[in-house]
Ligand binder design. Structure first.
Ligand code: ATP
Length: 364
């Protein structure tokens, strides 16, 4: 879904939060627009769930302001609007369905301001959307985990929240079900014009889902942007490494260039003597066959090729991953090739680098 308006619906201003003296959020600034779908992405423990819980009003910030729909809902340690008054829907792992209510009652729970007829209409509509209408009279323990998750999504959507907060909502589902439920949820959220903040530690999922990604580390946002930009222009080496599988090679900077077994890399702006770290995604290593011990002829695009011995080849579904032990330093580099390509153990292959797709950073 595209972002329809540029009216801000949520803003966190310099929000900090500690637990037992451990700073979990450090001056966090974040905003999303109406209709935007944003993923908070980051490694385990970086503070994603805490940020979401603060927005939901399930935690109290130590410092900072949170605005929802132009209302100041909390400021420093003062809460002005409780969770129920914030106009948000929650799909959290630990907010399971009410066990003593049936599926219909679980979804209609927050609709008590509507007439009986309207409640029935809205609940039936949402249960139908998530394919759970025939299960209305069953209780949560009588349905599967995936079915419970669908009901939880319908329940969160029932009162037409302006913002939906979702914490790893699909991780407990198996792959096939995850794709199905994710697509279903996203189309429902688009239909209802709901803004979304979703927490995930899975970059692929974040890219599939969001209009924008806020990459978190150690309680702060280190990069924010469209998935394409975050993936293709990572702000630093940690971001590049977090966003996908990678290989790295190091070299010493000399005269704005860095010499590597794959040839010279331009490293403008890096001081002489520093160690440059070149990050290469597996799909950007090109494999060539050994021609009687001679590599492929170097091209300006791919520079010099380096030789390695195949130590493992695996088919991963859409692509094959080939691991090579490199002659130059015995390190292992991973190259991925679309489709089926499974060279046998022990044969020599040549690797070259798509240098326009590499990332160069100063080694930490
Ligand atoms: P994950 O992806 O593993 O869920 P996360 O990025 O969502 O991680 P948080 O759940 O926000 O991270 O936790 C950040 C840090 O804050 C962790 O070190 C966690 O142990 C700590 N923490 C979170 N909630 C509490 C709490 N209520 N009391 C004490 N420590 C907490």
């Amino acid at each position: 879904m595209s972002i329809k308006k540029d009216k801000q619906i949520l803003e966190l201003e310099a929000v900090s939060k500690s637990f037992n003296e451990q700073k979990v959020l450090d001056n966090l600034n974040l905003s999303i627009n109406e209709g935007e779908r944003m993923c908070l992405l980051g490694p385990s423990g970086c503070g994603k769930t805490t940020a979401l819980r603060l927005i939901a009003g399930l935690e109290i910030p130590d410092k900072g302001k949170i605005f929802i729909n132009d209302f100041l809902v909390s400021h420093d340690r003062v809460i002005f609007k409780e969770t129920a008054e914030r106009g948000i829907g929650l799909v959290f792992q630990d907010l399971s369905l009410f066990p003593h209510l049936n599926i219909f009652q679980n979804v209609s729970y927050a609709l008590n301001e509507l007439t009986k007829e309207k409640i029935k209409e809205r609940t039936s509509y949402l249960l139908d959307c998530v394919g759970m209408l025939p299960f209305g009279k069953k209780y949560p323990h009588m349905i599967s985990g995936g079915e419970q998750q669908r009901v939880a999504i319908a329940r969160a959507l029932a009162p037409s929240p302006k913002i939906m907060l979702m914490d790893e909502p699909f991780t407990s589902l198996d792959n096939r079900l995850r794709d199905e439920i994710r697509d279903l949820t996203l189309s429902l959220l688009s239909e209802e014009d709901t803004s979304v903040i979703m927490v995930t530690h899975d970059p692929e999922e974040a890219m599939k889902i969001s209009d924008s990604i806020a990459l978190m580390r150690d309680g702060s946002i280190v990069q924010r942007g469209a998935p394409y930009n975050v993936y293709n222009k990572p702000v630093d080496s940690k971001a590049a490494k977090f966003l996908s599988n990678y290989n790295k090679i190091n070299g010493k900077v000399n005269n704005s260039q860095t010499e590597t077994p794959f040839g010279l890399f331009m490293t403008p702006g890096l001081q002489d003597g520093l160690i440059a770290e070149i990050i290469i995604r597996p799909q950007h290593l090109k494999i060539d066959f050994d021609r009687n011990g001679k590599g492929p002829s170097p091209t300006s695009e791919h520079g010099i090729a380096a030789r390695g011995k195949v130590v493992r080849s695996r088919f991963l579904g859409k692509e094959s991953l080939v691991e090579l032990k490199m002659e130059f330093d015995q390190s292992i580099l991973k190259a991925s090739v679309p489709g089926v390509f499974l060279p046998p153990y022990g044969i020599n292959l040549w690797l070259s680098v798509r240098r326009d797709r590499c990332f160069v950073f100063v080694k930490d």
